[in-house]
Design a protein. Structure first.
Length: 373
């Protein structure tokens, strides 16, 4: 083996041993156990890892066993206690599985197999979470249904498909969810010819990106007609005061100056400064636009207003082109960006309206997050 490669392998070997020892000395016994397993997978003759492995396992297993013992006799909800017991046995079993999967063989050490205890703990935790979920579901209110769904999901995680937990989860979710229908989107374009068909899709997409995390589901009025849906709230939206100015064009000029160094041809290593100037002539083309959107959220049963507000939006399209005369050395990057600017075709009403709706949606999303968080 080449000397450089030998030194590199020795360095890596010493570093891995030191890292595993540091974890053990810090009291991170479970991490030290897994680090020792990895060390031995790389080098089965690693004596330091062979010494640390059983010690780390003993300390980590002792902590998990203590957590299990405390949970079995401690206070608190039975569901939470059994969850701690399950987590403890799961951690113990993971250490056993890691050792076995690594194919390690130590003469005096082998982790205990806790598969039987883990199976019992999973069944007990699933039963407790399932029963707690059913109790909450019987309270027949949305908040309890949300908690019931969480417990039933826990039961399904402990023992996938436990009893009829999948059906019960769906029942809890249906009871927990608030169904909101965008009842109306009135876009008052007046005399302008605008394609605003995208706007409702944007609104529903953004609403559902909020609602998916907080038990709210949003539909359009067409979705409601196509399915048997319990409606809890309505949203009415009005987009109005839509206005676009005529294209305004004006020309203006400004002068820029700059002091720049120049070399003195007559004297070596000598510099002086000279002031240069240029005049930039700019053609500015502008279209202003504005719109307002009102929203109102109403309870479907009581017809009481849940929330309402007004969202204004303004957008200015601007195009600058220019030319200059004078010394180009006086020009800044900003001046050059104007001079090099290409002539832009005026935007369509559709383009301007989309910019207005982007502004509206930004404000609308902030307000909806406050309501549906």
């Amino acid at each position: 083996m080449k000397p450089v490669l030998s030194i590199l392998l020795l360095t890596l070997f010493l570093f891995s041993c030191q890292s595993t020892r540091k974890l053990f000395d810090k009291g991170a016994y479970d991490k030290a156990f897994y680090a020792a397993v990895n060390d031995l997978k790389k080098n089965s003759a690693n004596q330091e890892a062979s010494r640390i492995l059983p010690e780390a396992y003993k300390e980590a297993a002792s902590m998990y066993q203590q957590d299990i013992a405390n949970a079995k006799v401690g206070g608190g909800r039975k569901t939470e206690q059994l969850g701690v017991v399950y987590d403890g046995y799961l951690s113990l079993q993971k250490m056993h599985d890691a050792f076995v999967d690594a194919g390690l063989k130590l003469n005096t050490f082998r982790p205990k197999n806790y598969s039987a205890e883990l199976t019992d703990a999973a069944r007990n935790a699933a039963e407790a979470a399932y029963n707690r979920g059913l109790t909450l579901l019987q309270k027949d209110n949305r908040l309890s249904a949300r908690k019931a769904y969480d417990y039933l999901k826990m039961a399904d995680n402990y023992v996938p498909g436990y009893k009829d937990v999948i059906a019960k989860k769906q029942q809890a979710y249906d009871a927990a969810i608030t169904n909101v229908v965008v009842n109306r989107l009135d876009q008052r374009f007046g005399s302008y010819s605008i394609n605003g068909s995208f706007f409702e899709d944007d609104i529903l997409w953004n609403l559902n990106s909020i609602g998916n995390k907080s038990y709210y589901q949003f539909y359009s009025i067409n979705d409601r007609q196509s399915r048997d849906l319990r409606v809890d709230q309505f949203i009415d939206l009005n987009m109005y005061n839509i206005w676009f100015s005529n294209l305004a064009t004006n020309t203006y000029s400004y002068t820029v100056t700059k002091s720049i160094p120049v070399k003195n041809d007559k004297m070596a290593n000598s510099e002086s400064t000279v002031t240069v100037s240029a005049t930039v002539t700019v053609t500015r083309r502008v279209i202003n636009s504005r719109a307002v959107m009102d929203y109102r959220i109403t309870d479907a049963v009581s017809r009481k207003i849940v929330a309402s507000d007004r969202i204004p939006a303004q957008y200015t399209w601007e195009s600058l082109t220019g030319k200059y005369r004078g010394d180009s050395r006086a020009l800044s990057e900003r001046d050059w960006s104007i001079i090099r600017g290409n002539y832009s075709n005026r935007p369509s009403y559709d383009d301007l309206y989309r910019e207005l709706t982007r502004q509206v949606m930004t404000q609308f999303n902030f307000k909806m997050r406050d309501i549906y968080r």
